[in-house]
Design a protein around this ligand. Sequence first.
Ligand SMILES: Cc1cc2nc3c(=O)[nH]c(=O)nc-3n(C[C@H](O)[C@H](O)[C@H](O)COP(=O)(O)OP(=O)(O)OC[C@H]3O[C@@H](n4cnc5c(N)ncnc54)[C@H](O)[C@@H]3O)c2cc1C
Ligand code: FES
Ligand code: FES
Length: 1112
Amino acid sequence: MPSPSPPQSDHLIFFVNGKKVVERHADPEMTLLFYLRKVLCLTGTKYGCGTGSCGACTVMISKYNPDTKKIRHYSATACLVPLCSLYGAAVTTVEGIGSIKTRIHPVQERLAKCHGTQCGFCSPGMVMSIYTLLRNYPEPTTEQLMETLSGNLCRCTGYRPIVESGKTFCEESTVCQLQGTGKCCMDQEENQFYLEKKEKMCTKLYDESEFRPFDPSQEPIFPPELIRMAEDPHKKTLIFCGEKILWMSPTNMNEVLELRMKYPTAPLVMGNTTIGLNAVLKGEFHPMIISPVGLTELNFVDFTDDGMTIGAGCTLAEIKDILTSTVSEEPKEKTKTYRALLKHLRTLAGQQIRNMATLGGHVASKHDYSDINPILAAGKATLNLISKEGKRQILVEELFTTSLKEELRDGEVIYSVVIPQLSRWEIITAQRQAQHLENAFAIVNAGMRVQFREGTNTIKDLKMFFGRVGPTTVSASKTCEQLIGRQWNDEMLSEACRLVLDEIRIPPTAVGGMVEYKRTLIISFIFKFYLKVLRELHKLDPRRYPEIPENSISALEEFPIRAPQGIQMFQCVDPHQPPQDPVGHPIMHQSGLKHATGEAVYNVDLPRVDEELLLAVVTSSRAHAKILSIDVSEALEFPGVVDVITAKDVPGENNIDGEIIYAENEVICVGQIVCAVAADTYSHAKQAAEKVKVIYEDVEPQIITIEDAIKYNSFFFKEKKIEKGNIDRAFYYVDEIIEGEIHVEGQEHFYMETQSVLVYPTGEDEEMVIHTGTQYPTHVQDLVAAVLGVPRNRIMCHMKRAGGAFGGKVTKPAVLGAVAAVAAHKTGHPIRFHLERGDDMLITAGRHPLLTKYKIGFMKNGLIKAVDLQYYTNAGCTPDESERVIEYIVLKSETAYDIPNYRCRGRACKTNLPSNTAFRGFGFPQGALAVENYITAVAFKCGLPPEKVRDMNMSKTVNRTAYKELYNPEPLLKCWKECLEKSSFQSRKAAIEEFNKKNYWKKKGISIIPMKYSIAVPNGYETQAASLVHIYQDGSVLVAHGGCELGQGLYTKMIQVASRELKIPSSYIYLSETSTTTVPNASYTAASMGTDINGRAVQVRFLSILRSSSLS
Ligand SMILES: Cc1cc2nc3c(=O)[nH]c(=O)nc-3n(C[C@H](O)[C@H](O)[C@H](O)COP(=O)(O)OP(=O)(O)OC[C@H]3O[C@@H](n4cnc5c(N)ncnc54)[C@H](O)[C@@H]3O)c2cc1C
Ligand code: FES
Ligand code: FES
């Protein structure tokens, strides 16, 4: 605990964007991200996850090393950088490198112009990652670019345009749109070519010659004052004392050891990527912190004849650089373990985390998912430990092996790690399987080493370590012991697999599940190790040990990390089109430059409002339970708390068509909002929310799965059904019938900007103003009016842009808006309600899981005559959009096929899960997957290629869709043919078949799927749209319409429409926001119809203005 009389805090001195910051009250609890956004009001740096995983908060940190006299620039995720760790650092944010008000930086310009921004929420992070790379390597390679972006997520662009923008800086800059096709776009006249005789196609999306050059000499210098500070010989331990935490930054090793001895439970915060993560995800709290980060005594590398010693303070990125150069200089034989480490140092987390995380912190964390510890342990690495009492050495392995279990003793610090060289007859390997090659925790990883008796294949020593199969790295020590003395052959392999599965038991309750898959991976890793060792033995003594069979070689080949490539072809604009008419041109997103400079304002960036309170919610921890009591007394006494809001405080309706705003009497899912705490800061609100005591009594049944719902007959709405032909008769005459089922699981939206609402009562006539990043302002207005019991004309909902939505912001912002509005109503204060990522994922749910049962009748030639489908979605606990989703699935499930006898039924299952909602494609992707699954099953049964069965069953004549729209399949058939040709489908397929024949362990596949997606909604009035246009006396035009800018470029397209209709340049036209005050009763922006309906509304508005002006 902090001492009763806290010591005096030092001043925290650092620089942000070239300006000196002296913080007299640095709070050790505060992250750099919070400080930038809330204290310095630099909102360009975004919050996306708070756990270092998304890169939205990337900044560049520069530090001077007084020993080497070098400045290190590195990217870091500001959400994990403790403010107090920044003493003497220079921080550069997206605002510090360029602005549309002064001069945009080439990185920002190129990202925007290459169409690398859509919603733009990830863009500042992307910019800062690329910028940092250029500060270190002005002409990077594509590989360096890919590596630098490995820690930045984007949910909109698919990465290709982002990588392309970065590639324009690369030494081998080939941003050729036709790369890979054998032709170069530059060879084409003005980048145009003819697809067929009449159609002129373009591929040029931007003009590289417009890009301003990048001149590294023009970048800001490192502040000389910080160099002087770093070289000051009288440095002393810095102390920062916050409300709850005491931070100590010692300046030499002796002080570290003294503090460590004095405060044995205080962690050593280095990169903070374990401590910081645990604070967010597990709520871990440390009242004392010792932070020797940057201590040069811990930051060294020594080479000896036997290996290498690395200081515990070296970051994983620094180690990767050192190992890379060592490997390139030293003979292969001396660098076996280094190469094994390098394999994982490239893919472990993202670049920013590798820049921050230290070796000592990594080893000491003993994560079950550690990628490095299994290799260090297998490679016989030792730890040099130091304390006030002396020094000692232990093997890394001893930290994990149950029998030898060694813990760091009180007062001890890992000083360095010694990695020895391996002998000639020793072989080491590192393996890892994750859901994604980069920036994803391994599902299982491994480090394995074998040593043979010189000149033989007899095992002298064997070590196998696995990650993610136990609480920390697990050693298969018993297995290894039993195999010593055995020959390296197939029998040994079988024995090894049997023994290891016996020794490593993964309980069914293991974190992350996938128990069977993990067991399979263990075996697969051992097999790959076996093959690799056989290969090495062959290299060591080719005469005695044969090469492995050719068809097994692919098992050892790694999947390469490749830069995404692609080409976009679009119809060229008619040369006679007037030059100021922008329709058809690939113009940059209207906010592209603002996205890239961080000047685009999102809901979460709105400045603080006077008297505003922050809201934190208490959510249900039970799936289905009675609420026996809610005790808020302790929460109310918490500092800064103004009020606690429950269902009793709702002045209007609390249950609006089944959507419950605050839980009342019972909870129906985990994550349901029970009550909300309003306080002066979010931190206070959150801590107080933890003090609310809710007593539940579980209620049966607890319906979780679709199967549970079917069992309990728990459904929303009536069954949705369509039917044509005579299905029963068709099943009677078909050649074959297959039946089956397919489960498609749900999906998280993970829009980069989490949901947020700012609500304030204006103080007059029950007016309430709401700002939120929604896809459906009308719905927000509707629910808030209902919950407050006021007419809708008192509620003004505004949205400027959303940082991604994907369907997740159609209905949920209304519920969150209603929660906040009740709080604003009760307290009379403006309320800001911003969900942390974890809460967002918990409360707002996502895509509907789908179970499809199918029965298909078909002829031997693949022609499908009868289809009977039964769909079940898992809707969760409230209706939300589930009726539409199941309608969509049923109505669109015909996809591109024309089946004469067809029955499709759908039910939305009511379960005790958070309520699922709209999600890209609105159920269509799940439904279509089921359809393509049965098509493949038919093809398999008939022994035909699936594409042939698809072709055969596609609509061929004009008919009507399930919505009764007239449908001409000609474009689809043309598109199908074109895709087959352009993708060289058949020759690729042949090449793949050839590859698969030759490779036993690695297989490739290719598939082509036709798709018809009708833009239609069951209720015609939902496709209505309106617009409001102001033409000012200076000729400038302000356009408002009902559509929401979600990154899809809706505003950009509306400007194109307006410009064409008014025949004025785009620069005269402006769109500011979407609001219920300008366009009432607007439909949602979803279902692929935003541009169509709003574009038409804008067009019609202008036509009527022009008509009336020509009449008058
Ligand atoms: C988003 C994200 C993704 C990640 N992905 C991966 C991944 O894919 N694979 C993987 O292996 N890891 C991954 N990690 C984990 C990461 O590698 C570790 O968190 C990191 O190496 C810890 O180092 P640190 O310097 O940040 O430790 P800190 O958080 O600063 O400290 C961690 C612990 O180590 C102790 N400690 C620190 N230095 C010493 C020392 N010298 N002597 C004694 N004790 C010490 C501290 O007391 C503390 O208890 C990921 C982390 C994040 C945040
Ligand atoms: S990485 Fe910091 S907010 Fe996601
Ligand atoms: S543009 Fe990258 S997340 Fe939207």
